[in-house]
Design a protein around this ligand. Structure first.
Ligand SMILES: Nc1nc2c([nH]c(=O)n2[C@H]2C[C@H](O)[C@@H](COP(=O)(O)OP(=O)(O)OP(=O)(O)O)O2)c(=O)[nH]1
Length: 134
C-alpha cells in the first residue's frame, strides 16, 4: 500500500496530529494517507491534508521514503511543506506544533523513527530554508 505523509512547517515548527481511530488510536503521526490509483503522490498529499486538516500546503519537497510492515506492506513517502493556515481537524483529536527534537515527548508512530531522526538532523537547515517561503 502506498502512503504519503507531510511534515508541515509553520513558524519554525512542525505539525503532528493525534489519531482518533483504527490501529494508531491515540498515537501521533504526520498527517497523510493512502495514495489512490488515479493520483500522483503530490495529488494524494494535497487531498489528504485538505481532508484531514482543512488546509492548503505549499512548497512541497520530497523528504524520504520508509518501508514498514503493519497489516500489509506500507510504502511511505514523506514530504516537507509549508502552510500559512491553522488546521481544522476532522479525523484527528489533537494537532500540535512542535520541533523535531520534541516529537518523542508524544507517543509517536514507531515506524516513523527514521523520518523523525532525519528531521532532527536536518532541522537547522530545513527551518531556515522553509522560513523564506511563507
Ligand atoms: N498518515 C500516516 N500514516 C502512517 C504514518 N506512518 C505510518 O506507518 N503510517 C501508516 C498507518 C496506516 O497503516 C497507513 C495510512 O493509512 P491511513 O488510514 O492514514 O490512510 P487513509 O487516511 O487514506 O485511510 P482511510 O481513508 O482508508 O480511512 O500508513 C504517518 O506518519 N502518517
Amino acid at each position: 500500500m502506498k502512503v504519503v505523509c507531510a511534515a508541515i512547517i509553520r513558524n519554525e515548527k512542525i505539525g503532528i496530529a493525534k489519531r482518533k481511530s483504527k490501529i494508531s488510536n491515540g498515537i501521533y503521526e504526520f498527517p497523510g494517507g493512502k495514495v489512490e490509483d488515479n493520483e500522483t503522490e503530490i495529488e494524494a498529499l494535497k487531498r489528504e491534508i485538505k481532508e484531514e486538516c482543512g488546509i492548503e500546503i505549499e512548497n512541497i519537497q520530497f523528504f524520504m521514503k520508509n518501508k514498514d510492515f503493519q497489516e500489509e506492506e506500507i510504502d511511505l513517502s514523506c514530504f516537507v511543506c509549508t502552510t500559512t493556515q491553522e488546521p481544522v481537524l476532522s479525523v484527528h483529536t489533537n494537532f500540535i506544533w512542535t520541533t523535531p527534537d520534541k516529537i518523542y515527548d508524544y507517543p509517536f508512530f514507531e515506524s516513523d523513527r527514521c523520518i523523525v531522526e532525519k528531521l532532527i538532523e536536518e532541522w537547522p537547515c530545513l527551518k531556515e530554508q522553509m522560513k523564506i517561503k511563507y
